[in-house]
Design a protein around this ligand. Sequence first.
Ligand SMILES: [Zn+2]
Length: 458
Amino acid sequence: MAQAMGGALLICLAALCGCGRGESARPEHPVVLIGFDGLEWSVAGPLIRAGRMPNLKALIERGVAGSLDPHRESLSPVIWTTIATGKTKQDHGIVDFLTPGAKKIPFTSEARRGKALWNIAGDYGLMSLVVGWWITWPAEEINGWMVAPYSSLGQNDFNWKGNMRPDIEGQTWPPELFQEVWPIAEQVSAPDNLARLGGELFGALEVSSLSDTEQMPVNQTLWSVAADETYLRAVLHLLGKEEKQPDLTLFYGGGTDVSGHRFWRYYEPERFSYEVTAAEVLRFGDVINRFYEQADQYLGQALAAAPADANVIVCSDHGFHADFTDRLPPGGFSGHHLDGPPGMIVLAGPSFRQGVGGSAVLSGKGTPARIGYVYDVAPLVLYLLDIPAGRDMQSPEGGNLLKNAVRPEQLEARPLEVIRSHDVGFRPAKVPTELSGEATQEFMDVLNRLGYLGGKGE
Ligand SMILES: [Zn+2]
């Protein structure tokens, strides 16, 4: 009798939350999705072999490695939203950095059409931790914690307290979480800590003694160091809370992209027809590598704080390469990804196959083969959380990524389910919230200075 009543209760709960199971049904293993912007196999490969990215190497050895295709897209806000929704830009609505039309304003979370992974997980009673992800400001009301960058991370060329500001609403969910996270941003941005971070990435460098051309990339990169460190520490802080453990964790770091844009001419000077001096190469030739090393350390720290049985996915939105090789453009970029080169994906954990796809990179014989597209990630994450995919996603069956990554026995025992849509009843998309006053002006000034407002984005 007690059993029958329990069954009836579960059905009631399932009806209440509009999904196929009761609120107490947690996935067998939590999911940790870590995004590093612009991570590129041709850079990571030699570092992995040299022992400079031990945490990623360990994941490759016990999991699946491959290239992740952005399907011709090249802009971070577009692709990270695709990764979080399983939809192309036409369907999710975040089509660029700025809205089209006469009045261009930065896209924000309210402009997204349809639910992201954190919304869907909440519908199924699961808890999410989302930190630093693109186009999440203003932070949505979710079941869990969110720390949302007030603007698109990729355009802030100065250090703004780890890219958090004291004067804007909506940077965290729940709102009172801001009181816990702001001190982290202040600690990271303290002069001695910034000096330590700068020292790790740029060596013993007297910035004021550099030429203007050399100072620019250093100053324009320091903010991203502080932002990544702030968000990483926020993840560690929240994963350290005993009372609640997230079923889904998403963390984004951008330093690998920013350093790629600013320092590629020193990394591969032979590709550039203008002069890059030997002294410059000596000073800056290893900077991109050090950002990758730092990303690997962040990965190690995040995984040490996460449950040991988590299914872990590390990916980038696109790859990277030398660009503007015949002239240094005013913004100072010498690496880019405007053609949407393939990014990286590594998956490891109890649900994934083992030792697949990594031999080329571990042996130095090449880069891993393409195993999926960026819009395949969301259906895979939902599968791992035991949630159906939506028929309105770009690849509701999870594409080749699901088949290439998940253990065949598990897929056979529990195939991916698909429902019509997760978006029924979701709030309509709105015109982005425009920041007022000083914050908007600073943001637009930076965009303008870097040449974004007239043409090609990031
Ligand atoms: Zn970029």
